[in-house]
Structures are given as structure tokens and as C-alpha cells.
Design a protein around this ligand. Structure first.
Ligand SMILES: Cc1cc2nc3c(=O)[nH]c(=O)nc-3n(C[C@H](O)[C@H](O)[C@H](O)COP(=O)(O)OP(=O)(O)OC[C@H]3O[C@@H](n4cnc5c(N)ncnc54)[C@H](O)[C@@H]3O)c2cc1C
Length: 470
């Protein structure tokens, strides 16, 4: 979970304002079609079919809101950075999942209310509108199946890429069937305004799919990256360094991530998300990738000069978004070190840049107190342990705390799980509203979030990125 920064005693961030604005736009887009078609006929001159009861119109309203929330699902996952910036990807994907279930609820209620209310007339008449009936049913079934395979993907042992393809297909089918259903029922397409409205919605939705599946990948193809090196790291990981080919590359904030395509064209839609582990102040980009499945295990086979493609940056897990914080607490578990080392490398570069420019030490964010808690199983799988020790020497304000769950004999540091006690021993939260950043296995992240809350850290000061979107 990630939360935007709390604003008590601090300037109201532009992210909070933009975030509120987008929520308003979202609600407007969800409800506008309903408002125009059903609630304001007198303003628009649109007339409703005569002689229909409140429950019939209510059921139709549920269907329309369900359909517009379904269409907006595509906007949420289209990875528009302006949309993700205020919240972070984690929140957007959570919202996407909740809205999917909400939308299924509305869409199921739509025929249910209609059947209960008009059972006597409908039970014998569905076959007079067979296409409307079957497309409505097909839309509901597609949505139901989509949610079922998403919720139970792990239990169904469905490979991620295959799930992604089916997710897209079922999503498109659910909406396409629903649009045909609305057109076949026809009551709400009688007036030109209604036709414009639904025509516009359908066109916008098709344009979105063209943008995501075609235009964006084509732009990635025009702006490729090449592999500079792949270096093995502790913890069964590999550091992949890439640089832009004949273009300026992207700018990112430490802690953000990008979608990486390798061994395939961006048009193939076989991309994987990875946090930047490099400094945001350098043109070459590094990802540090732990071997997990098919894709990540192939990373070490990449060779210098080979083309890869990235789409980004995304994510809100960045200290750069909190320049007024009195200090930063970074908490990493396993490969969750990547966004944290990106911060530390960036801070070290900024400090070196200041020194080179003769800027006296002051109160820049990278000079404020900061802690890195790093939980791993053993010392030998502690990725970047040597570089972290070097960064401690470079950044005098950094305190590094290793926690090993399976420490070797003679280990003098913290051991066991990362708990509130461990954190309390090193950070005194009464000294300031430190911003906390967490990244690691989901179970650890939830436990750390609870630990921080028990130490009195406001929820708005806790920011997290989960490495599993589904
Ligand atoms: C925001 C974010 C940042 C990440 N940063 C890093 C990082 O810095 N280093 C690192 O090693 N890992 C990172 N990951 C995890 C990484 O994306 C997965 O480990 C990788 O995609 C696994 O793919 P695979 O084919 O090797 O393994 P698989 O066995 O196919 O997948 C293992 C799990 O990874 C996830 N996954 C797989 N494919 C995708 C995909 N195309 N899109 C989204 N999720 C997928 C699924 O939860 C899946 O269950 C990050 C994930 C996210 C969401």
C-alpha cells in the first residue's frame, strides 16, 4: 500500500491537490452518462421511455454505472504517468481490483432487479430480444470469469503472461458485449445526445486500446536501449545496466520503476516491472533482477549491445516527493533493496555534486538523518552488502541496520524478524515526522506497516511498493 504524504504542518503538496482533482474527474466520468441520460431529461431534452417504474430505471442506472466503471478500468491501467503520479501504482492497482468487484456487483444487480421487478412479463419475453439478452449475459460472464481468474490465479497455477493475455481479452469482451447490449436494447439511444454520448464513450475506449497496445509500444520501438553489462550479484540477482540509443533517455526519481521488455518487441506485450536501482542523477539505468521465473532467469543471458525497451517511470515511492521531511527511514526486505539503493546512490551523487560546486553543507534532503533497515535471510544472500557499507562511509547521515533471519555464528547485528522493537532501538520517532519507505515480500511489508503504526507513525508518512501487482 502506498499513501500520499500527510500534510499536517507542511505545505499542501501539489500531488494531494492533483489527486483530489482526479478523484473528482473519475466520479464525474462514472456518473455523467447516467446524469445526462436519466436524471436531467428536462435540461437535455432527452425523453425517457414512458410508463417505466422506478425499479426499472434504477436497474438501468446500475447497468450504466457498471459499464462506465468497466470502461474506466482501462484508463486506470493504461499507465498514464499524470494519473499515477499523485497516488503511486500500488494504490491505482488496488483501486482497479476493488472497482472490478464493485462493477461486477452493479452489473449483476442490473438484471437481478429487472427480473425481480418484471418477472411476470420478462420470463416469456427474453427471446423477443435475443441479441440483447445474450450479449448482456455474455458481458456478465466475461467479467465474472475475468475476476475469477484474477483472484484465483495462483491457485489455478496460471502463468502470469498467460493471465495477462486472458485478462485483456476478457476485459475487451465484457465491454464490447455490454456496448452491443445497450445498442440492442435501444431505449437509451433514441436521442442524438444519447447516441453522441455512447458513441463518444465507445470511441474513447477504442482509442485507449489503440494507444496502449499500438502507439505506446511503437514509441518504445523508436526509443530503444542497449545492454551495457549484466553483472551477477549476491542473493541470486543480476544487475542489468542499459543506456539509451540515439535519444536522451528518461528522467526518473529514486524509488520509481519501469516496465522492461527484453528478448521480444514491445508490441508483444511481454513486459515486466522493475524498480530502478541506479542513481537518478546518471544517464545509464540499472535494474537489479532476482531470479524467480522464466523472464528473470533469462536476464543473465543478455549480452552487451542487445536491444531492450522500457516504459516509465512510474511509482510514488520516492523521497524526492517529500523534500520537507526532517529525515527518511528506508526499510527493505530481500530484493526490495532496489528502490532503496537507488535513493542512496542518488543522494551520494547529489552530495558529490554539491561538494564539486563548492556548495557548503546545509539542509538538503540528502543531508538529513536517514536509516536503512535491510532484512535478509543470510549474510551471503545480502545483495549489495559491500556497496552499502561504502555508502555508509560516503553519507555520514546514514545509519545502516542489517537484520538476518538466519544469522551465521558470530553475527553481532540484529537477528530474527524486522519488528517494532528492532526499529525502536534505532529510530526515535519523537524527534520528527520521518517519511518511511517500505519494499519487500508482502507479508513482511504488512508486518512492518503495523510495526510503524504501533510506533506512532501516521499512516500518511508510510509509503510502500509491493512487487506483486496481482
Ligand atoms: C513495481 C514493481 C517493481 C519491481 N521491482 C523489482 C526489482 O527491482 N527487482 C526484482 O527482481 N523484481 C522486481 N519486481 C518483481 C518482478 O516484476 C517479477 O519478479 C518478475 O516480473 C517475475 O517474472 P518471471 O517471469 O521471472 O517470474 P514468474 O514466475 O512468471 O512470475 C513471478 C511473479 O512475478 C509477477 N510477475 C510476473 N510477470 C509479471 C509481469 N509481466 N508484470 C507484473 N508482474 C509480473 C507475478 O506476481 C508472478 O506471480 C517488481 C515488481 C513490481 C510490481
Amino acid at each position: 500500500m502506498s499513501h500520499s504524504s500527510s500534510t499536517i504542518g507542511r505545505p499542501l503538496s501539489s500531488h494531494a491537490v492533483t489527486g483530489a482533482l482526479w478523484i473528482f474527474v473519475y466520479l464525474l466520468l462514472t456518473l455523467a452518462p447516467l446524469g445526462i441520460v436519466m436524471i436531467a431529461p428536462s435540461i437535455t431534452g432527452v425523453s425517457l421511455p414512458a410508463g417505466r417504474s422506478f425499479w426499472t430505471e434504477f436497474s438501468v442506472a446500475l447497468g450504466f454505472v457498471g459499464l462506465s466503471t468497466m470502461c474506466l478500468q482501462f484508463v486506470l491501467t493504461a499507465r498514464f504517468s499524470f494519473l499515477k503520479a499523485p497516488y503511486g501504482s500500488d494504490i491505482i492497482y488496488r483501486f482497479h481490483k476493488i472497482i472490478a468487484i464493485f462493477s461486477l456487483g452493479l452489473i449483476l444487480l442490473h438484471p437481478l432487479v429487472l427480473f425481480i421487478e418484471r418477472w411476470d412479463t420478462m420470463k416469456d419475453r427474453w427471446h423477443t430480444h435475443p441479441l440483447a439478452f445474450w450479449t448482456g449475459t455474455a458481458s456478465i460472464l466475461s467479467l465474472f470469469l475475468l475476476i475469477l481468474v484474477s483472484v484465483y490465479r495462483a491457485q489455478l497455477r496460471m502463468e502470469y503472461d498467460r493471465w495477462r493475455r486472458w485478462h485483456a481479452i476478457l476485459g475487451v469482451l465484457a465491454i464490447a458485449f455490454a456496448v452491443v447490449h445497450v445498442m440492442r436494447v435501444g431505449h437509451y439511444l433514441a436521442e442524438p445526445l444519447q447516441r453522441w454520448l455512447w458513441g463518444g464513450y465507445t470511441l474513447a475506449w477504442v482509442a485507449l486500446i489503440v494507444h496502449v497496445r499500438l502507439l505506446k509500444p511503437l514509441r518504445e520501438l523508436r526509443e530503444p536501449y542497449e545492454v551495457v553489462s549484466v553483472r551477477p550479484q549476491l542473493g541470486d540477482a543480476a544487475a542489468l545496466t542499459i543506456r539509451p540509443v540515439s535519444h536522451a533517455g528518461i528522467r526518473f526519481q529514486p524509488g520509481q520503476f519501469a516496465w522492461l521488455t527484453a528478448f521480444a518487441s514491445p508490441l508483444s506485450d511481454r513486459e515486466h516491472p522493475f524498480s530502478f536501482s541506479s542513481s537518478a542523477e546518471r544517464p545509464e539505468i540499472e535494474f537489479t533482477i532476482k531470479k524467480l521465473g522464466d523472464f528473470s532467469s533469462r536476464i543473465p543471458t543478455l549480452s552487451p549491445g542487445q536491444r531492450v525497451y522500457i516504459d516509465g517511470p512510474f511509482g510514488a515511492l520516492s523521497a524526492d516527493r517529500h523534500p520537507h521531511a526532517p529525515g527518511y527511514v528506508f526499510i527493505a526486505g530481500g530484493i526490495g533493496i532496489t528502490p532503496m539503493i537507488s535513493h542512496l546512490r542518488t543522494f551520494a551523487d547529489r552530495q558529490a555534486r554539491d561538494r564539486a560546486a563548492g556548495i557548503a553543507a546545509g539542509n538538503q534532503p540528502h543531508e538529513r538523518p536517514m536509516w536503512l533497515f535491510y532484512a535478509t535471510n543470510t549474510w551471503s544472500d545480502t545483495t549489495y552488502r559491500d556497496e552499502l557499507a561504502a555508502l555508509v562511509r560516503e553519507l555520514p547521515n546514514l545509519r545502516l541496520v542489517h537484520i538476518l533471519s538466519r544469522p551465521h555464528d558470530g553475527w553481532a547485528g540484529e537477528r530474527g524478524m524486522l519488528s517494532a522493537d528492532v526499529i525502536r532501538r534505532h529510530v526515535d520517532f519523537s524527534q520528527g515526522r520521518f517519511e518511511c519507505f517500505i519494499c519487500g515480500p508482502p507479508v513482511m511489508m504488512d508486518a512492518v506497516e503495523r510495526a510503524l503504526r504501533s510506533l506512532g507513525v501516521p499512516i500518511g508518512d508510510i509509503h510502500a511498493e509491493k512487487f506483486n501487482l496481482v
